[in-house]
Design a protein around this ligand. Structure first.
Ligand code: OAD
Length: 250
């Protein structure tokens, strides 16, 4: 039996024995749905920008139309994307014994579309909007308008008329406190955390695997590349999420 087979066999046993399993994901889990990761160069029209130049409140206030159009393009691409075998395998883990919490940095909504029930979106969701000025009750606004109707300009908030903005965490912004505290609690209580498709460079999200480890959880990493989390992982499965995760279910 190869080392990898032995790792997979042991990991399958850990999944089945776990009471609480956290799957912590990043852009790599959506790569095989055709959604570029952050560390891939920005493509096409946006190749000359860094995400940090677009995904900030200052950039939006300086040029709402440009930032809105960038998100409109990404939203259209994400709406056309389908969950891949990795998302589906993660959803299928719910039937294998443990209580599964998916804690994702992704804003594409693909885990929920694949059937995962408990999904904590640390960085928001590109398909939702909220008021730029945060008027009225902080609940998000489900727009009655069609995104593709006018991707050039951000529509006005129906309550106060300020521009609407994507309901995502921009650089320099805090994570939604309620979501992050639920993610911390899940990390502290889990027996096993699978860390899938994240470079683990952006904090505070990237601190969750260490939190889980310190609370006694086992850690497994799924990534074709090295990550800073490898050092504290019990198992590192080198490979793509859409290949490795379905193997876990076999
Ligand atoms: P990154 O683009 O930083 O990292 C993607 C990770 O996925 C890398 O470690 C790749 O090796 C790995 N990867 C690529 N293809 C894969 C595949 N097929 N299967 C498994 N892994 C694969 O994306 P994130 O780690 O998600 O924050 O980035 C974290 C945050 O940085 C993002 O949420 C965003 C960005 O700044 C905000 O927007 C606030």
């Amino acid at each position: 039996m190869s080392d990898r087979d032995a790792d997979l066999t042991q990991l399958r046993a850990w999944v089945q024995a776990a009471r609480r399993l956290v799957v912590f994901t990043g852009a790599g889990v959506s790569a095989e749905s055709g959604i570029p990761t952050f560390r891939d160069a920005l493509t096409g029209l946006w190749a000359r920008f860094d995400p940090e130049q677009l995904a900030t409140e200052a950039a939006f206030r300086a040029d709402p139309s440009m930032v809105w159009r960038w998100y409109a393009e990404r939203r259209a691409a994400i709406a056309a994307a389908q969950p891949n075998a990795a998302h589906r395998a993660i959803a299928a883990l719910e039937g294998r014994g443990p209580r599964v919490s998916v804690v994702t940095q992704n804003i594409d909504g693909l885990h929920a579309r694949a059937g995962s029930h408990e999904v904590l979106e640390l960085h928001g969701n590109i398909l939702r909007v909220k008021c730029l000025e945060g008027c009225g009750n902080p609940e998000r606004i489900e727009p009655a308008f069609d995104w593709r109707a006018d991707p050039r300009e951000p529509p006005p908030c129906p309550r106060c008329g300020a521009p609407l903005r994507p309901d995502v965490v921009w650089f320099g912004e805090l994570l939604p406190p309620d979501v992050f505290s639920r993610a911390e609690r899940a990390a502290l209580r889990c027996d096993l955390m699978l860390v899938v498709g994240t470079s683990a460079l952006v904090h505070p999200a990237a601190g969750l695997p260490l939190l889980a480890r310190q609370a006694g959880a086992r850690i497994a990493v799924v990534n074709p590349q090295d990550t800073p989390i490898d050092a504290l992982a019990d198992h590192v499965l080198r490979g793509s999420a859409a290949t490795v995760l379905p193997e876990l279910l076999r």
